[in-house]
Design a protein around this ligand. Structure first.
Ligand code: DX5
Ligand code: ZN
Length: 234
């Protein structure tokens, strides 16, 4: 175990959590994709909401979250890649989101927005784009249930992991630890068997994986392989 991993358990006591991103699933067979994730031992389902404004792509809204909620008991980790995210909090919470993560780049009133997410009974997360410094959340660490470090520029699945993210995750871990935060430290983008161990070593404990899982010959085995790649380093 590296020194940093001693600290990487979050409030739930979890050291490795795999969250397949349904963005890479076959939407015509969403129920099968969800069942596969459950059978494969996924911890969370990662749900990417895009508005075509904050990111150059469109996905889905509350209706799909409601459908997913009916299909699975797994926590729904909803990643809001949208401007004015507060417009959607009530509907998404009512639809069954477990956590709502908003981007700091479009959230000028973070404390107020995070407080509202918690009031609605959801875990409150903040995501940072690759170009956004870790320091952008240094004043609100105490308000965070989850910090998401994007390891690609958001908008699409299947992009290449940005290598410089490893050091950023290390700095994010240091920031959380310095304030005794037990927030989840999540990474998203280009996570695969080749990249996950280094990000785990840097102190992340929750790993979103889209393409790696859904393009694998055996997606269930891939979920296990991602987890195993971390376990080897523990
Ligand atoms: C990127 C999304 C990710 C994406 C990850 O904009 O936020 O959740 O689905 O996909 P992979 O793992 O394929 O990079
Ligand atoms: Zn995402």
């Amino acid at each position: 175990m590296t020194a940093r991993n001693k600290n990487s358990r979050d409030a739930a006591g979890t050291r490795v959590r795999i969250a397949p991103s349904l963005l890479s699933a076959d939407f015509a067979h969403l129920a099968d994709a969800v069942a596969m994730c459950e059978a494969g031992g996924a911890d969370w389902l990662h749900v990417d909401v895009m508005d075509g404004v904050f990111v150059p792509n469109l996905t889905f809204g509350a209706k799909v979250i409601e459908t997913l909620r009916k299909l699975s008991k797994l926590p729904l980790d909803v990643h809001l890649m949208v401007v004015e995210p507060e417009k959607y909090f009530d509907d998404f919470a009512a639809a069954g989101a477990s956590g709502l993560t908003i981007h700091v780049e479009v959230a000028p009133h973070l404390q107020r927005q995070l407080a509202r997410i918690k009031e609605l009974g959801c875990a409150a997360g903040v995501a940072l784009n690759p170009a956004t410094p870790v320091d952008s959340v240094s004043e609100i660490v105490a308000d965070l249930d989850l910090l998401l470090i994007m390891t690609v520029n958001p908008g699409f699945g299947g992009q290449k992991f940005i290598a410089g993210s490893i050091d950023k995750v290390r700095r994010a871990r240091a920031l959380l630890d310095a304030q005794d935060s037990k927030a989840v430290l999540e990474v998203d983008g280009g996570i695969s068997r080749d990249t996950i161990a280094r990000v785990y070593d840097a102190g992340a404990n929750t790993f979103v994986a889209g393409n790696a899982v859904f393009a694998a010959r055996d997606p269930q085995k891939e979920i296990a392989a991602l987890r195993a790649a971390c376990a080897k380093r523990a």
